[in-house]
Design a protein around this ligand. Structure first.
Ligand code: SPV
Ligand code: MG
Length: 549
């Protein structure tokens, strides 16, 4: 039997090794946290330098081993998680002796770091550009033992150990640097980083000219930055590390922005020149999470658009809806619409649009997008719904703005996967005649614990079947997938019949049924109410405070 295998991308350690061994000049760029690592990767760099200077600066401490090695490990793990390209960690001196390096190598491998660079100084070290001459160098044999221990500790043969020669930094000769480099290569180093703090590339050029090519050479041209890159290429350098320019550019940008905000006490000057919040979300990988939510459904309502019909003032409520629509009536200390929004948010449903009409400007509930039906006085619910058509998605909840209901009503509705579903109360509280929105269904509520398969047959008193209704449609419907196209088609039908302007959601449902579309029913028994008059409003207060029915 043959099995097909996905082509495997090379491991990060292999990718770093390939960079070092490519035979041409390669470049890696400093990063100091997950965000900067991702920015470096996106710019096209094939590798990342996890700089000790930049990491410590980001922590707000000195580059003198003040951050512990596990804190560095933690930071570099975030960087590795955020990126695909290999990371070479600046491992300073290996944070101790050969034994400490062994443990570091093992831990770095387990966190997806491709290699480590260790320098021949003593722990605790400090940055090479701070009193370089005063920093003692490690004993060559001791440092070779460390390299051998690191190589023996690695599980992946591609993990790279780069030996960094600090002889030039400490004021020693090119010959001393060469002796050390040869010893380190012989001890197993995969590459040699020859560092210098001089303004000119001369010493490294002499070093490179004398180098036997037994392993690749790596440089950090921070101080001799004016040297043309082609000079490095001609000198036979394998890898250039741009070692600290990400953190330095971040510092300049942050200083400028915060100073300006401090001085001007406004954001207007900076807003257009800094990354929008959406760019931060993108760099954090938010789009992937949205996709995953669709696949794994962790957040039941995340893809559902809620469309709240809130244009009406409410006949029967005139004395209390002076100056505000029904949806803004206060019940138990907050507007009806806010009750709806709260229950939506509890279900992870954040895309909420309200269609406003009467006193639209008073609709002010955080998290709700408002669209207006300017002709609300002469048109009906479907005209309002149509105003929100740009906010329709593949999954829509269409709901009256004067409802209060217990949370389980929405939980149950969001669990359905039918194209169109409506919620019907099989034992409506309101027994006044004529009943509002009576619903005829394919079967009565058997009140079993198990979901019944019931479909809607008709809503509303007009053209109703002769038998008593099975319940009352409560003013909530959901459409999924193709259900959205069915609704669009039904709206067209109503338009063709000249009924669109004044029609309500029950007309839409009946038109769907007339077209042979299946409308599923979820039965509930109570645990909801709508607010149509002052009695309802009083009942709503009690309901909202938790007094059922
Ligand atoms: C670092 O980036 O932390 C380095 C390179 O070690 S340098 O700062 O040039 O020493
Ligand atoms: Mg360093």
């Amino acid at each position: 039997m043959t099995t097909t295998r996905m082509p495997k991308r090379p491991s990060k350690a292999r990718a770093l090794r390939q960079l070092l061994d490519s035979g041409q000049l390669e470049f890696i760029m400093e990063a100091h946290n997950g965000l900067s690592a991702r920015i470096v990767e996106e710019a096209g760099f094939a590798g990342i330098w996890a700089s000790g200077l930049a990491l410590s600066a980001a922590f707000g401490v000195r580059d003198s081993n003040e951050a512990s090695w596990t804190q560095v490990l933690e930071a570099v793990e975030f960087m590795a998680d955020a990126t695909e390209v290999p990371i070479l960690l600046d491992g300073d001196t290996g944070y101790g002796n050969f034994n400490n390096l062994r443990r570091l190598v093992t831990k770095l491998e387990s966190r997806g770091v491709a290699g480590v660079c260790i320098e021949d100084k003593l722990f605790p070290k400090t940055n090479s550009f701070i009193d370089g001459e005063r920093q003692p160098l490690a004993d060559v044999d001791e440092f070779c033992g460390k390299i051998r221990a690191g190589k023996d500790a690695q599980a992946d043969p591609d993990f790279c150990i780069v030996a960094r020669v600090e002889a030039l930094i400490a004021g020693w000769s090119v010959e001393e640097a060469l002796d050390r480099a040869k010893a380190y290569q012989a001890a197993g180093a995969d590459a040699v980083l020859i560092h210098d703090k001089a303004r000119s590339f001369d010493n490294i050029q002499r070093f490179a000219a004398a180098w036997d090519g037994s392993c690749p050479l790596v440089i950090v041209p921070t101080k001799y930055y004016s040297t043309p890159t082609d000079v490095f290429r001609k000198a036979g350098i394998s890898l250039v590390i741009w070692a600290n320019h990400t953190v330095r550019s971040a510092v300049t940008a942050m200083q400028r922005t915060v100073r300006e905000i401090r001085e001007t006490e406004t954001l207007t000057g900076v807003e257009d020149r800094i990354a929008p919040v959406s760019e931060i979300f993108r760099l954090q990988g938010d789009p992937e999470l949205r996709e995953a939510e669709k696949r794994y459904g962790g957040d039941a309502g995340a893809a559902t658009h809620a469309l709240v019909l809130a244009a009406a003032r409410g006949e029967g409520l005139e004395s209390v809806t002076e100056g505000r629509p029904k949806a803004m009536l206060e019940v138990a200390g907050k507007p009806l619409l806010r009750h709806l929004v709260d229950v939506f948010k509890q279900h992870g449903l954040h895309d909420i649009t309200a269609v406003a009409g009467y006193r639209a400007e008073t609709i002010d509930v955080a998290g709700v997008k408002i669209v207006e039906n300017p002709a609300y006085e002469t048109t009906g619910e479907l005209a309002s719904l149509n105003c929100a058509r740009d906010h329709f998605g593949d999954d829509n909840l269409i709901i009256y703005g004067d409802l209060l209901f217990r949370r389980h009503v929405l939980t149950d509705l969001l669990e359905t996967d039918h194209e169109i579903t409506v919620v019907v109360d099989s034992q409506p509280r309101d027994t006044r005649a004529p009943a509002r929105d009576p619903a005829w269904c394919s079967a009565a509520d058997d009140r079993s614990l198990f979901a019944q398969s019931v479909t809607l047959e008709h809503v509303g008193a007009t053209d109703a079947p002769a038998r008593p209704p099975e319940g009352r449609w409560i003013g909530i419907m959901r459409s999924r997938g193709i259900g959205r196209a069915w609704i669009a088609e039904a709206l067209e039908t109503l338009r063709g019949q000249g009924r669109f302007e004044t029609a309500g959601v029950p007309d839409l449902l009946n038109t769907l049924l007339a077209a042979g579309r299946r409308v599923n029913v979820i039965y509930i028994t109570g645990h909801w109410l709508d607010v149509n008059d002052l009695d309802d409003l009083r009942a709503a207060q009690a309901f909202a405070y938790g007094d059922h029915r």
